[in-house]
Design a protein around this ligand. Structure first.
Ligand SMILES: NC(=O)C1=CN([C@@H]2O[C@H](COP(=O)(O)OP(=O)(O)OC[C@H]3O[C@@H](n4cnc5c(N)ncnc54)[C@H](OP(=O)(O)O)[C@@H]3O)[C@@H](O)[C@H]2O)C=CC1
Ligand SMILES: CC(=O)N[C@@H](CCC(=O)OP(=O)(O)O)C(=O)O
Length: 346
């Protein structure tokens, strides 16, 4: 059994890690750590876990925590994972961070977009971007994995194969994405109150969202040239789910069937990426609770634009499920272990 620990166990992605690891046959949760909720039992923090009153959330130093585990997961606000990563690195333990602290190759980009100075820039070159469909081989030998952001997971899986194939063009891509409220985490915020969110759809951080440089960095890495995206996220009144609708210039003569054929070939052996048939579009409800991504595409020859669609559950493929997928890779387990569910519907 691999001993795992979760720091940030009182947050939404922490709860999702607990849910997934409780049924993982090769992992044992050895510690759950929190900050303000430390000292409480797990069901006091999350009512779905009544029956597990003996599981307690603790607080301890990074060094003490890494001693107890083989793999540590950090599900913390930006900036807070760095001390844990340093402690894990020095102790020879593995760490998977669900936040943004190790996603950028250059500390200056992180510092500009997140407004924080990076406490361990030397670890950035050790970190591997944890998007298995794009970086599987590197993840397998990583000791520090930077789990991607929820929006970037959806957008990169939709864009990379078609840009590489030259079926869409890199200039003038627009990403219009919607997220459910759990994407904002469990810490109370006025703009996330029911009365603010219910029956309301609105954009936020238009063209300045911090996932923009993350997506651009990976596109540059995969294509060998700079790609700029206009990214407009929206908050929608549902609990889970991301739907990204992407508008991209279409290469001349490319049809819907061409786009879908490229997706099907690129993701032929991917257990978690489902390419839908022509005329069928991804739905957040169809991936709820699962580690799946649904992809769809339409070539609008009339306007010379491709419309690409990707749906995922922000807490699963967008966070904790992808972290378990990465865990399976770094531990040498089958990648789907503990993630076999196709989701809950309706
Ligand atoms: N929610 C989502 O869909 C996604 C989130 N992420 C990223 O994952 C990370 C966790 O997100 P999420 O679970 O939503 O966040 P939550 O706000 O739900 O939970 C945050 C957790 O961090 C703990 N915490 C807060 N501040 C500190 C601190 N200063 N020091 C130590 N612990 C602290 C909290 O403990 P306590 O409650 O005890 O104070 C809580 O356990 C973030 O970086 C987020 O951006 C990534 C992809 C998707
Ligand atoms: C709805 C909502 O607020 N979503 C969050 C998702 C952020 C996230 O997951 O960001 P990092 O992992 O990069 O910190 C947001 O837009 O900020």
């Amino acid at each position: 059994m691999v001993r795992v620990g979760i720091v940030g166990a009182s947050g939404y992605t922490g709860a999702e890690l607990i849910r997934l690891f409780r049924r993982h046959p090769e992992a044992k949760i050895c510690l759950l750590a929190a900050r303000t909720h430390a000292g409480k039992s797990l069901p006091e923090v999350f009512p779905q876990f009544w029956g597990l009153e003996d599981e307690k959330l603790i607080a301890a130093s990074p060094e003490e925590l890494v001693r107890e585990v083989d793999v540590l997961f950090t599900a913390l606000p930006a900036g807070e994972a760095i001390s844990y990563a340093r402690a894990a690195w020095q102790a020879g333990k593995k760490l998977i961070d669900l936040g943004a602290d190790f996603r950028f190759r250059e500390a200056s980009i992180y510092e500009r977009w997140y407004g924080l100075s990076h406490g361990a820039p030397e670890l950035l070159r050790e970190a591997v971007y944890g998007l298995p469909e794009l970086y599987r081989d590197r993840i397998k030998t990583a000791r520090l994995v930077a789990n991607p952001g929820c929006y970037p997971t959806a957008v990169l899986l939709a864009l990379v194969p078609l840009l590489k194939a030259g079926q869409i063009l890199p200039e003038g891509i627009v990403v219009d994405a919607k997220s459910g409220v759990s994407g904002a985490g469990r810490q109370p915020k006025m703009e996330m109150l029911y009365a603010e969110v219910n029956e309301n759809v609105q954009a936020y951080n238009v063209a300045v969202h911090r996932h923009t440089p993350e997506m651009e960095q990976i596109l540059q890495d995969k294509l060998g040239k700079e790609v700029r995206l206009t990214f407009v996220p929206h908050l929608v009144p549902q609990t889970r789910g991301i739907l990204a609708t992407i508008y991209a210039p279409l290469a001349p003569g490319v049809t819907t069937e061409d786009l879908l054929a490229t997706y099907r070939e690129y993701y032929r052996e991917e257990p978690f990426v489902k390419v839908l048939p022509a005329g069928v579009y991804p739905r957040t409800k169809s991936v709820w609770g699962s580690n799946l991504v649904q992809l769809g595409a339409v070539a609008d020859g009339r306007t010379g634009r491709a419309v690409l669609l990707a749906a995922l559950d922000n807490l699963v493929k967008g966070a904790a499920g992808q972290a378990v997928q990465n865990f399976n890779l770094i531990c040498g387990f089958p990648e789907t272990m503990g993630l076999e569910d196709s989701g809950i519907y309706p």
